[in-house]
Design a protein around this ligand. Structure first.
Ligand code: GLN
Length: 345
């Protein structure tokens, strides 16, 4: 976390330039990049409903290229063509388009909230003595028997939640209360049916839980794992995700300006984890094409932080082969291109 020397900056910047130019001049490269295609530069972004609705209309058909997750049977019931796009702008104003009232389970997006709480309680050093800062080339639920790679993959996330203080359901309740606080939405709760479905079918997660228990990383019984299943089953809307994105983009300041949890260290850690591993094994390519800290969930949501600027929340349940929302990714990509939002301009 200490890449601050000028020499290092220059080195990183020139390496980036070199790789950018090499990639741009590669005629067979098919990837669409998120940089420098618009005259809109910084200042106030002035994102409005028309912008979001144009982007949504252009990309909504992408759900046909994905598939709604059904490995947790209850998730498979979601209508595939539901779609929503939300932004919390620089002033904390919410702009919503599409199926704005559609709730869905936040799934892996809950991992960033659990990490925030575990690090606040136990300190970053303690939490990361049990897991790494590594990226991954592994799909979301396969890991080795050693220490988890990072807190964004399932093993590390299950471990993170197990480190939050409190008996029984208390760690989950803390996560739920934090989501309610960040979104200022006390009606947020978890879906009992998705929770039960995850609990009944989450054998890989249960397997990883016991491997980590065997390795001495986790203490306690399956109640700890149930808290993870519950946090994944928290239901929210795209607007709620945009507010979570805004919160981490603004040093843990809420969209309405409330600074109760303001903490630049925590937001830097969370955003760095989102950038490194928030989109699973697609994180590197995502970073190249979109270049923003983001976290996806298999419920079809993605939350994005544009540091010191805006929060973005998207929802479309059909997932690509990496487990990320297909249409959601394309909506974010278009917004990033139009407003030059990539960190790596
Ligand atoms: N509850 C899901 C699981 O553990 C969360 C994974 C995800 O959203 N990628 O399988």
């Amino acid at each position: 976390l200490c890449f601050t020397s000028n020499k290092m900056k220059r080195y990183t910047f020139s390496t980036l330039l070199l790789s950018l130019s090499l990639t741009c001049f590669n005629p067979i490269n098919q990837t669409v990049y998120g940089q420098n295609t618009s005259k809109n530069s910084s200042k106030s972004l002035q994102i409005n409903e028309k912008t979001l609705s144009d982007i949504l209309e252009k990309n909504k058909a992408f759900y046909k290229e994905g598939k709604v997750a059904d490995y947790i049977p209850e998730l498979g019931k979601m209508q595939a063509d539901k779609i929503a796009f939300s932004v919390v702008n620089e002033n904390g104003k919410v702009i919503n388009i599409g199926d704005v009232n559609q709730k869905f389970t936040i799934q892996s997006i809950s991992k960033i909230i659990a990490l925030m709480i575990a690090v606040t309680e136990k300190g970053e050093k303690n939490v990361f003595s049990k897991m790494g800062y590594f990226g991954t080339d592994k799909p979301l639920n396969l890991e080795t028997t050693g220490k988890p790679l990072n807190p964004m993959m399932n093993a590390g996330a299950i471990l993170t939640t197990s480190m939050i203080d409190g008996e029984g359901e208390i760690p989950f309740k803390k996560i739920l209360e934090m989501v309610r606080y960040i979104t200022k939405n006390n009606s947020i709760d978890y879906s009992k049916s998705v929770y039960n479905s995850e609990k009944e079918t989450g054998h890989k997660n249960r397997g990883m839980f016991y491997l980590m228990k065997n390795n001495g990383l986790i203490e306690g019984d399956e109640e700890k794992l149930n808290n993870y299943f519950k946090q994944c089953s928290i239901e929210a809307t795209a607007e709620d995700l945009a507010k979570i994105g805004y919160f981490f983009a603004h040093q843990c300041t809420r969209f309405d300006g409330d600074t109760t949890y303001r903490n630049p260290e925590i937001s830097q850690l969370i955003q760095s984890q989102m950038l490194t591993a928030g989109m699973y094994e697609f994180s590197g390519e995502y970073s190249r094409t979109i270049g923003l800290p983001s976290k996806s969930g298999v419920g079809g949501g993605i939350t994005v932080s544009v540091p010191n600027k805006i929060g973005i929340g998207v929802f479309s349940p059909a997932l690509d082969k990496h487990g990320n929302s297909a249409a959601g990714y394309h909506m974010i990509l278009d917004l990033v291109k139009q407003y030059n939002l990539s960190l790596f301009q």
